[in-house]
Structure formats: structure tokens, C-alpha cells
Design a protein around this ligand. Structure first.
Ligand code: BTN
Length: 254
């Protein structure tokens, strides 16, 4: 990361050979007062975490498994916006560093040809409804080969190497993600969520398409229309009726 051009994001880095989850490592650093932008990167995670209690497959040396400590001075309900911002940063970095045309699926999966290449997990600690700190976890499957995937991920997940046919230098991609993140985070703090939402919408592969969303309250079918100002997904469920989705899993319908 010698050529990193950021001023705060990724300026302090802890590299670890093997850990259960970089989320937990970053959380401990945050509790000890680590400054905003502190980054934890692991070669391997033995208990990588995904959204909704799922596991995140993180084999040794094959991907970017990292967590960033953030200290946004915001009420908790703005956190979904930061999730979307992180997705935009990773998507732009992937497109810059490789030939792969990655796109975003709400809220924050990065897909290539319908398969998942990156996942993002934001976890935060609150005090009086305000964010005390937030840990932005980013997992990018970089140099995995098809035979590296366990059976249950075959056909669902992919990697930059599989999609581009080339090995991708992880340090270059990490630096690019951090630079994109810092720029967008600065823009967000100055101008709010509006410009981030527009960038997200332009990189989305689900907007305008028929989707089914699996939410805690059941399935919602419709067309993914756009983002609202909080970062929720507005679903057109017919007759121009827009319903906001705050959390759930989006699936493209054929
Ligand atoms: C998801 O798509 O469900 C989110 C996956 C997030 C994975 C990353 S890898 C680095 C960080 N550490 C973890 O344990 N999870 C996140």
C-alpha cells in the first residue's frame, strides 16, 4: 500500500495472517480509540461473517478481507447511506483496476454476470441514537479459481480472476478502494446523500428490473424503481405505488 494517496482512510493498517473475522479485530481497535480510517486486513478469515448471520468464505491469499473503522458524526438512521456509499466505492475501484463490468445490487452486493464478487457488511455501535463508531467490512473475491469454491457457492459466487481471466494485484485494488472511499466520503460529508445516490443508481444492475424482495415481513414483488433520500429501495408494486424497503434480499425475476 506504499503508493496510497489518501489522507485518513487506510493511513493506519493492521495486517494479520489469520483471524476469525476482521470485523472483530477492527471492533477491538475502535473500542481502544483507533482513529477514523484505521484498516484491518487479513490473509485469511476462519469465521468470516456475512449479512443476516451468513458465513463469508475467505480462503487464504485469494481475496481482500478487510474492515475499516469509521467515526461519522451522525444519527444511526443514516447508516444505510454509508453502506451504499461503500458499495459505490468498491464498484468504481473494481471497474478502474480490472476489465470487469461489476454492478450493484441493493443494498450492497457487487455482481458480475449475475454472480456475487463482493459483499459489504456495516456494523455499528451506538450511543443515544448516535453512531459511536462503525466498522465497514469489505470482502472481495479476487484470485479464486472455480475449484476453490465449495459446492454451495458454485454458480452463485465468482471472482475477478474468473471473470477477467487474469490475476489481479490485491494491493492495487485495495489502494483504489480506499481512494474511492475517501473521495466519496468527503463528498457525502459536504453535500449529503444526493450525489452518492445518483452514483449508486448509475451503477445498479437491479433498477428498472422486475425483482422479488425477501423482507422480514414477507415477499414483495415489483419493479426496483429508485433510492429514496434515506437509502431505502423504492419498489413499484403496480399503479405507480412506491413502497420503501429498508432491509431485505433482492432477487431478479426472469
Ligand atoms: C455479505 O455479503 O453478506 C457481506 C460479506 C462481508 C464480508 C467481509 S470480509 C471482511 C469483513 N470481515 C468479515 O467477517 N466480514 C466482512
Amino acid at each position: 500500500l506504499k503508493a496510497l494517496k489518501t489522507s485518513a482512510i487506510g493511513r493506519k493498517v493492521k495486517m494479520i495472517e489469520s483471524t476469525v473475522s476482521t470485523q472483530e479485530e477492527a471492533r477491538m481497535l475502535a473500542e481502544e480509540g483507533a482513529p477514523e480510517g484505521t484498516l484491518v486486513i487479513a490473509e485469511e478469515q476462519t469465521g468470516g461473517k456475512g449479512r443476516m448471520g451468513r458465513k463469508w468464505y475467505s480462503p487464504k491469499g485469494k481475496g481482500i478481507w478487510m474492515s475499516l473503522v469509521l467515526r461519522p458524526e451522525q444519527p444511526m438512521h443514516y447508516m444505510p447511506q454509508l453502506t451504499l456509499l461503500t458499495g459505490v466505492a468498491v464498484c468504481r475501484a473494481v471497474r478502474k483496476v480490472s476489465s470487469v463490468e461489476a454492478g450493484l445490487k441493493w443494498p450492497n452486493d457487487l455482481l458480475v454476470n449475475g454472480r456475487k464478487i463482493c459483499g459489504i457488511l456495516l456494523e455499528s455501535a451506538a450511543e443515544d441514537e448516535y453512531v459511536r463508531y462503525c466498522i465497514a467490512g469489505i470482502g472481495i473475491s479476487v484470485n479464486l479459481d472455480p475449484e476453490d469454491y465449495p459446492e454451495e457457492l458454485a454458480g452463485v459466487a465468482t471472482s475477478l480472476k474468473i471473470e477477467s481471466g487474469e490475476q489481479v494485484e490485491r494491493a492495487t485494488l485495495i489502494a483504489s478502494v480506499l481512494e474511492e472511499f475517501e473521495n466519496l466520503y468527503g463528498l457525502y460529508q459536504q453535500e449529503g446523500f444526493g450525489p452518492i445516490a445518483s452514483l449508486w443508481e448509475a451503477l445498479s444492475v437491479t433498477l428498472g428490473k422486475p425483482v422479488t424482495v425477501n423482507t422480514a415481513r414477507g415477499l414483495v414483488e415489483g419493479t426496483a424503481a429508485k433510492l429514496d433520500q434515506t437509502g431505502a429501495l423504492l419498489m413499484d408494486i403496480g399503479d405507480g405505488q412506491l413502497v420503501p424497503i429498508f432491509s431485505g434480499d433482492v432477487e431478479l425475476r426472469r
